[in-house]
Write a new protein. Structure first.
Length: 125
């Protein structure tokens, strides 16, 4: 197995080569709400996919006012993923809408707390 990533001392940070992160996104549109269900990892490789999804949901013709990001099946969120979550919140609120994070796993809740983002987001269990 070959590892790719940055070398720090005796620890290689990264994923085994060929083991690219994946993020599957399913949409459920109901009235003025959109539930974005994600399965996988939200990281540097996959965050653009979420960004594109949010941008598409904000088309005026859809009339979406509330975007619920279901994180219950997201195993990992890195700093790029956090950045996309924060930017999505700002963009949605600028358009007069609201963003809700639903069901984040304990490791994601911990990262949100450490970064202070738990005080910024509406988080549902």
């Amino acid at each position: 197995m070959t590892l790719s990533g940055a070398l720090y001392g005796d620890v290689v940070l990264g994923k085994p080569e060929g083991m690219e992160a994946q993020l599957n996104i399913e949409l459920d549109l109901r009235g003025d709400q959109a539930v974005v269900r994600m399965v996988g990892e939200l990281d540097m490789a996959t965050a653009p996919k979420l960004r594109e999804t949010v941008v598409k949901l904000l088309q005026p013709s859809l009339g979406i006012g509330v975007v619920i990001l279901d994180l219950s099946e997201v195993a990992f969120v890195d700093s790029t993923g956090l950045g996309v979550l924060a930017a999505s919140r700002q963009r949605i609120e600028r358009e007069g809408g609201a963003l809700v994070l639903r069901g984040p796993r304990p490791n994601t809740v911990k990262v949100l707390a450490v970064t202070g983002l738990d005080r910024v987001f509406v988080i549902e269990p």
